[in-house]
Ligand binder design. Sequence first.
Ligand code: AMP
Length: 364
Amino acid sequence: MTQDFETRVIAPGSTIGIMGNGQLGRMAAFCAAELGYKVHVFGPGADSPTEQVCAKATIADYSDLDALRAFANDVDVVTFEFENVPHDSVKLLSELVPVRPGWKCLHLSQNRLREKTFCNDHGIGTAPFEAVRSLADLKAAVAKLGRPSVLKTTEMGYDGKGQVKITDDTDLASAWAEMKDAEAVLEGFISFEREISVIVARGVTGDTACFCPVENVHTNHVLDVTVAPAEIAQSLSKKAEDIAIKLVTAMEFVGLLAVEMFVTTDGDILVNEVAPRPHNSGHWTIDACVTSQFEQFIRAVCGLPLGDPSHHSNARMKNLLGDDIDGWQAILTEPTAKLHLYGKAEAKPGRKMGHVTWILPKKD
Ligand code: AMP
């Protein structure tokens, strides 16, 4: 990759290529348009949330090399709203066009073992963990980390998919069978006081900007509510931001990185996982911050100066899953509620259909 590729400023008027066509791409495309860019989206499935609002769409599989080549020729920079794009595809794109964040960052965040090892190598705490590639490994790992513990596939898991909690009653052979022979990681169970996340941007010149830490409440392993800012001590808040900045800097990351963390019952902060893209826990920033996570994402990826991430209001964000979307009319009558819908045709149970952010007075 040439130096020019790494630091090139992508000026307004250019075309941003986004891999992945869900709601994150849709909200990023709005901000790209506000700054004068066109978006060309790449992903499988017609009439996607992103396709509905952007200039151009390639509807193809992420491993369709011909489609990727044509896409790269049409865009000035490539970024991701979906990080599990095959490695070969990212490599091909990187040879043709600036790709931000770069393939090394994607490779790292695509695998829980690599991610946790990287954190620990940089002095950042995680749950204790052991690699598990067989039933024998699992037995040895459970003997070491104890019960309860959590067995997770190292790749492609999200929203609690590919995860089994190992309790006193769990049969290890059945737990291993659930991994379907995929590489896994066993994590010690963290007794946490709350879950928080920090979203940090890093520009092409190495400058960074953090949104304040927020608290995330999950229901059935899916994000339900985000409270912004997290009601934690100033010292913990600073520690969480420092971890996010340390990570993004060590990764030489360009773009937007979301860092999910546990605040443990003894007041420590451990990293759970990272996502190299806008994040559900940052949706509140659209309505309550000077610069939203989506605008910041576009700025970072295009090599523009980063915007001010500070919040002018506090906020509470709730995901609208499946039939929750039926409440849209009532939400619209609430004076402090901002409704965001993703244009998805079918409200399947658990599907993210939209979100609502309530704007709250900022506390001093
Ligand atoms: P993940 O897919 O890693 O984000 O995990 C989904 C959710 O499971 C997290 O948000 C936590 O609520 C819970 N969880 C995951 N790993 C652990 C752990 N090591 N200890 C306790 N709870 C966990």
